[in-house]
Design a binder for this molecule. Sequence first.
Ligand SMILES: [Cu+2]
Length: 345
Amino acid sequence: MSPTRHRNRRPALRRWAPRGAALAALGLAATGCASNEFTRLGLPEPITEQGHRVLTLWQGSWVAAFAVGILVWGLIVWSIIFHRKRSEQLPPQVRYNMPIEALYTVLPIVIIAVLFYFTARDQTALLSTEEEADTNIEVVAFQWSWQFNYLDEARDNAETPGGEPQAGDEEGGSEAQPRFSVAGTPQEKPTLVLREGDVVHFDLTSPDVIHSFWIPAFAFKMDVIPGQDNEFQVKVQEGTAGTYAGRCAELCGVDHSRMLFDLKVMEPAAYDAWVAEQEAAAQQQQLETEQELESGPEAPGGPDLPGPEGEGAEDEVTDAGPPVGEPSPADEAGVPAAANEEAGR
Ligand SMILES: [Cu+2]
């Protein structure tokens, strides 16, 4: 009986071992196995300090899961090999064995407590907005695109007592005025531009339904909820200049899948040039709007109202992105900008 069994098993092993090895090799090849892609266990390479914290938590959780898995698989294999059915007699049972029952209860609690500790510690760090931000951006998520308002200060920071007194604090309250905006449409996705090395503070607002602001390269996302001021901040790491994907991660209606944006991380010089260009375009835009208001009797609402002029204004701001970069309106804006500011006061 037993010789037959042995004869049958060895060819089976010989047949399956190469197939298993080939499958493992294929699996490794499919992950790309370049750099640290394999050890990141599915997460993209993070470009923020906070993203690296998430990555470490993710890897630690996998190490814990593998440790438990190896223990359980080991016990299963051990049982299969050394405790095979040998007779019809029932083997000794271990019900009501107090040490084993206690182990079943205590060990999972210990595992969960350790995971909880690291999760709570990292969550506190990830949601901290203590560090002073270099850039403040109000993210407006709407059906179905994004608008990025570049602010002088975070909306909520205007109320904090620690901040230095700024001109216009008294009248503005917590509503910081955007220096310029980048807006997209479902047809044309907007580009969020950041400077590498910056601490960036995001204020998230929605005028309609719940969205979720997600940049996979941050290894982080946060819901954008109407009437609920959500905020978070990240430190963009040096040497991360490039273009990354951004998405809405909350099913928010029929065109949810088109609610995309790009994140462009720029080197400091390029970023500063881009900001100057955007500010000049925004000032030029404001001047034109005011001139129209003075000369024409129509359109009392200004650029915010949906109308032929309002839509035109939004498109111009969107089009003034880096690829266009016409020098002429920026140059013209230099002189009228000062007059424009005085007129506004
Ligand atoms: Cu959405």
